[in-house]
Design a protein around this ligand. Structure first.
Ligand code: CA2
Length: 153
């Protein structure tokens, strides 16, 4: 059996609170719900996934470094670190693997400080405002890149 490409799904600070607060912005889906759905979709797409969340910038950087070489692609909702972290950007840039940036909310319809991202210009794609479905779209985009199309015989 051939091995399946590994995609790392990384989540930044406060995303562990999803479904408990600010449902008008982030909806009622929890991060555990998103993880379950990602696992189902990844299975269908022929991907393996690692799903992680941290509230700490250095921990996220360490996760990314650990996954360097092992992960064939990244889906990243860096949450507030999207707008502040050169460290997360540098760690992802050092991985040389395609990255899809995801945001649940439409960051461009929110405060101006959310309009700048340290990740967008190194990303294959940016998905913002699609809610939890954004993670599924991101996995599909990476599978399109990483999973060989079946050959007809
Ligand atoms: O829309 C997104 O996914 C964001 O990445 C979410 C971040 C925010 O800083 C970005 O600008 C956009 C915030 C995540 C906080 O999540 C919470 C969830 C429930 C309750 C409180 C915070």
């Amino acid at each position: 059996m051939t091995s399946r490409p590994l995609v790392a799904v990384l989540n930044g600070p406060n995303l562990n609170l999803l479904g408990t607060r600010q449902p008008e912005i982030y909806g009622r889906t929890t991060l555990a719900d998103i993880e379950r759905r990602c696992r189902v979709v990844a299975q269908e797409l022929g991907l393996d996934i690692e799903f992680r969340q941290s509230n700490h910038e250095g921990v996220l950087v360490e996760h990314i470094q650990e996954l360097r070489g092992a992960a064939a692609g990244f889906v990243v909702n860096a949450a507030a670190y999207t707008h502040t972290s050169v460290a997360v950007r540098d760690a992802l840039a050092a991985c040389d693997a395609p990255l899809v940036e995801v945001h649940l909310s439409n960051v461009y319809a929110r405060e101006p400080f959310r309009h700048h991202s340290y990740l967008s210009d190194i990303a294959l794609a940016v998905i913002t405002g699609c809610g939890p479905l954004g993670y599924e779209f991101a996995l599909s985009a990476l599978a399109h890149r990483l999973v060989p199309a079946p050959t007809l015989s």
